[in-house]
Design a protein around this ligand. Structure first.
Ligand code: SF4
Length: 352
C-alpha cells in the first residue's frame, strides 16, 4: 500500500469512528494536550478523565500549575499512580513559567528537554495541539506498525524500535497531522488491541501483512522475559492520637511515592519500636499487635506492608524530628498527596 493511502484511510476512519469528545480535545492547546499525554502514560482513558477534569479545573494554565505547591499537585494526582509524572509536570511548568514566560514551546528540541517528556510524547503534543509534522511511536502505534508491516523482533529491542521509528516517519502525512496522530493512537487503543484485535473493523486490513498472512496472534513478538519479581517487606507505623489524627512523614522527592505523605516506614519491627520509644514522647501509649500484611505491586517489584498500630492517649505526643512530619486529620484532610493504598489503609482502620 502506498504510504499516503495508509494515512488517508486512517484519517477517513477517524472522521467517522474516532473519539472526538475527550476533555483534552476541547479548547485544545499545547498545555491541555501535554497534561493529557502525561496522564495517559500507562493509564487507560476512562481512568484518566475524572483526574484530568479536576486537575484542569484547579490548574487551568501553566502559570497556575507552576505557582502551586507540589503537595497540592500530588494531592490531585493521588490514586493515578506513577507519581514521578506529577513531579516532572510540576517541575516543567515552573521551568516554562520562569524561562519561557509561561508559554509552551513550539520547537521539538525544547519540548523533549522538559522533565518527563520523551521523543514520542513531545511529538504527540506538537502534532495534536499545533498540527506540526512529527511522528509518534507510543505502545499502541508500535503494535499497529509491527503488525501492519510484519516487523519481526520484540518492540523493546533497539533494532526493532529503530525500524518502527522509520515506518512511523514514513506514514506521517504532511497535512492533517493532528487527526492522523489521534487516528493511529485510537486504532491501537480500540481496534488493533493487544488481545483480540477487531481486524474486521480495521480500515487498513486489506494491506495489513499480519492480517493477510494470518499472523496477528504472533505479532509483535513477545518482549524478553523479565527477571523474577522481587518482594520487599516493610513495617509501617500507624500512630493515631485520641483525636483521630494520624502521623505521616513525607517521602524523599525521588523513589517510589516520591514527595507523597506516607506512614513512617521501617525495615524491621524492631526499628519501628525503637522509633516509637525514642521519637514519640507519648504520655501513655498502647502498642497493638501488627495488622494483617498486604501486598502492593509496583512496576518492578512488590511491596509487602505490615501496618503496626499505636494508639497515643493522654497528652499530645511530641515528634522530635525536623520537618516532613504532620499529624493528618482523615476527617478533614489537608491538601496533601497520599499514596492510594495508604489512604485506604487509614480509612479502613479508623477507630469505631
Ligand atoms: Fe491491526 Fe488487524 Fe488492522 Fe492489522 S488488520 S492493523 S492486525 S487491527
Amino acid at each position: 500500500m502506498p504510504t499516503a493511502d495508509f494515512a488517508r484511510r486512517l484519517i477517513a476512519w477517524h472522521d467517522r469512528h474516532g473519539r472526538h469528545d475527550l476533555p483534552w480535545q476541547r479548547g485544545r492547546n499545547p498545555y491541555r494536550v501535554w497534561v493529557s499525554e502525561i496522564m495517559l502514560q500507562q493509564t487507560q482513558v476512562a481512568t484518566v478523565v475524572p483526574y484530568y477534569e479536576r486537575f484542569m479545573a484547579r490548574f487551568p494554565s501553566i502559570a497556575a500549575l507552576a505557582t502551586a505547591t507540589l503537595d497540592e499537585v500530588l494531592h490531585l494526582w493521588t490514586g493515578l499512580g506513577y507519581y514521578a509524572r506529577a513531579r516532572n509536570l510540576h517541575r516543567a511548568a515552573q521551568l516554562l513559567h520562569r524561562e519561557h514566560a509561561g508559554a509552551f514551546p513550539a520547537d521539538i528540541a525544547a519540548v523533549v528537554a522538559l522533565p518527563g517528556v520523551g521523543r514520542s510524547t513531545g511529538a504527540a503534543i506538537l502534532a495534536l495541539a499545533n498540527d506540526q509534522h512529527h511522528a509518534i511511536l507510543d505502545g499502541n502505534v508500535k503494535r499497529v506498525l509491527a503488525r501492519y508491516h510484519a516487523v519481526e523482533g520484540a518492540v523493546d529491542e533497539r533494532t526493532t524500535r529503530e525500524r518502527l521509528w522509520e515506518l512511523a516517519e514514513l506514514h506521517t502525512p504532511e497535512k492533517r497531522v493532528a487527526t492522523y496522530t489521534q487516528a493511529i493512537m485510537d486504532l491501537g487503543a480500540t481496534v488493533c488491541t493487544r488481545a483480540k484485535p477487531r481486524c474486521g473493523e480495521c480500515p487498513v486490513r486489506t494491506q495489513c501483512r499480519a492480517f493477510v498472512e494470518q499472523r496477528v496472534a504472533t505479532l509483535p513478538a513477545p518482549r524478553r522475559a523479565k527477571a523474577a519479581r522481587r518482594t520487599r517487606h516493610v513495617w509501617m507505623l500507624l500512630a493515631r492520637q485520641v483525636n483521630g489524627r494520624v502521623l505521616l512523614r513525607q517521602r524523599p522527592a525521588s523513589g517510589i511515592w516520591g514527595g507523597l505523605w506516607c506512614l513512617p516506614e521501617f525495615e524491621s519491627l524492631e526499628a519501628l519500636r525503637n522509633y516509637v520509644g525514642a521519637r514519640l514522647q507519648i504520655a501513655s501509649e498502647r502498642t497493638q499487635a501488627p495488622l494483617e500484611s498486604f501486598r502492593h505491586s509496583f512496576t518492578h517489584y512488590d511491596l509487602m506492608i505490615t501496618p503496626c498500630p499505636v494508639s497515643c492517649a493522654g497528652a499530645l505526643p511530641t515528634v522530635c524530628e525536623e520537618g516532613g512530619i504532620v499529624w493528618y486529620d482523615p476527617g478533614s484532610p489537608a491538601q496533601l498527596g497520599l499514596p492510594a493504598p495508604i489512604k485506604a489503609l487509614i480509612a479502613r482502620n479508623r477507630p469505631t
